[in-house]
Write a protein that binds this ligand. Structure first.
Ligand SMILES: NC(=O)c1ccc[n+]([C@@H]2O[C@H](COP(=O)([O-])OP(=O)(O)OC[C@H]3O[C@@H](n4cnc5c(N)ncnc54)[C@H](O)[C@@H]3O)[C@@H](O)[C@H]2O)c1
Length: 390
């Protein structure tokens, strides 16, 4: 932890941009937590917590001290099922008033992320949030500024930039292996979650749940979007879900988003909750590609989903067949984000995942909604440090 690392040594570690902010944040963390592990509280003990809890538990630098869910029995059950030995709480206020912790991990319904993340920051906690960090770019930016003003950190899913395949593709682009870049495409869909209504309610939809991965990958590879145009629709106006029975679908379940990147590069994301795909949430055996990048000297296709990839097909020769490369997954798994940023804080290093990138993707989603409403092209203002990997 930072209390075991000298200021001078830390500065050597973090010559990169943002080091000063991280240092002051780590100093405040060190002051509050003279222990060897980062104390983490997870809020939202539903489906995704089954992936987050074991991953957080696998870290020797993290201790899961609190679990919270407004359906309190879910927190109690997860505590038991994974032998967490945490305190459990029925709401965030009780959790913030309970056992001390350093970072909150938010895995609740999407619509309440912003409000919960704000409460945690105001209470002096670092935050890792499932996507989206907030409901609007303005709300997200206010959280980011609040975190900065309090010398805290906030980060948002997804963690796709951590995969070895993202790294390979980013380096290949930066090294010019594809020649002059022109166009890219990403797609991700399945037949939609069956367990919770929030995915289909206002401010839900396939963009913040699914398209967000492709948007993070494509902006991460090609650079921040300068403008966005989109068409969104609702294909299935009614659904039946476990928690609320028959519901009216209020958010898009079918989306096409065009992005304009630096150097006149264009990309397209297609996502939705009506895509037949026998692999669904299981990506391990997926052989189709979900991301394609084209330049005038080569193209790359990412096999599987960008959140769980099985390699990259690289095609740069007129006479030789395409090559399957970057098949090693390393330790990367999509649910690693909270663990990775928690460990980075403990080690005093800056993680690759960047909050401004998550904020930018949030602005893309909001712009796509605005473009659908107005029928026009929407200019974006946010940027993030890019290239992410050179
Ligand atoms: N399920 C997945 O495979 C998956 C994968 C990646 C990301 N995600 C993201 O994770 C988040 C949660 O998705 P999920 O599938 O686990 O949903 P879920 O409905 O299974 O779980 C959400 C939980 O949050 C709780 N909750 C809601 N409001 C709360 C509040 N104010 N305070 C405390 N608890 C509250 C609910 O009671 C529920 O138990 C979403 O942002 C989703 O996009 C899910």
């Amino acid at each position: 932890m930072s209390n075991t690392i000298s200021r001078q040594k830390f500065l050597q570690y973090t010559a990169a941009a943002g080091a000063a902010a991280l240092l002051s944040s780590l100093e405040s963390l060190a002051f509050e937590t003279p222990q060897k592990k980062l104390r983490v509280a997870l809020i939202g003990c539903g489906s995704v917590s089954n992936r987050y809890i074991p991953h957080l538990q696998s870290s020797s630098l993290i201790e899961l001290v609190s679990l919270c869910d407004i359906k309190h029995d879910r927190a109690v059950n997860q505590n038991k099922q994974y032998n967490v030995n945490a305190k459990t709480y029925p709401n965030i206020d009780a959790m913030l008033a309970g056992v001390p912790f350093d970072m909150m991990v938010t895995t609740t319904d999407m619509q309440v992320h912003g409000a919960l993340n704000k409460k945690a920051l105001l209470a002096g906690k670092h935050v890792w949030s499932e996507k989206p960090m907030a409901n609007t770019y303005a709300e997200g930016k206010a959280l980011y500024d609040l975190a900065k003003s309090k010398k805290l950190r906030i980060w948002g899913a997804p963690a796709v930039v951590n995969s070895p395949q993202f790294e390979y593709m980013s380096k290949a682009i930066q090294e010019g292996k594809l020649g002059k870049l022109a166009s890219a495409h990403g797609q991700y869909g399945h037949t939609g979650p069956t367990w919770s209504a929030f995915f289909y309610e206002k401010l839900g939809g396939s963009m913040p749940d699914l398209g967000v991965y492709n948007m993070a990958t494509l902006t991460g590879l090609l650079g921040p979007a300068k403008s966005v145009m989109a068409m969104l629709s609702i294909v299935k106006p009614e659904r039946t879900v476990d928690d609320k029975g028959k519901i009216k679908v209020e958010a898009e379940d079918n989306a096409h988003i065009l992005m304009e990147h630096p150097n006149n590069v264009l990309s397209h994301v297609m996502c939705g909750f009506n895509f037949f795909d026998p692999h669904g949430h299981e990506a391990g055996n997926q052989t189709l590609h979900s991301i394609q990048i084209y330049g005038d000297a080569g193209n790359m296709r990412l096999i599987g989903y960008d959140w769980e990839t099985n390699g990259v097909i690289m095609d740069t020769s007129w006479d030789k067949p395409p090559q399957l490369v970057a098949t090693d997954k390393g330790t990367y798994v999509w649910q690693e984000g909270a663990t990775v940023v928690g460990e980075a804080m403990m080690k005093g290093i800056e993680p690759r995942i960047n909050a401004e990138h998550a904020l930018h993707v949030l602005e893309v989603i909001e712009a796509a909604r605005k473009s659908q409403e107005t029928g026009s092209r929407i200019k974006l203002k946010s940027k993030f440090p890019w290239p992410i990997v050179k």
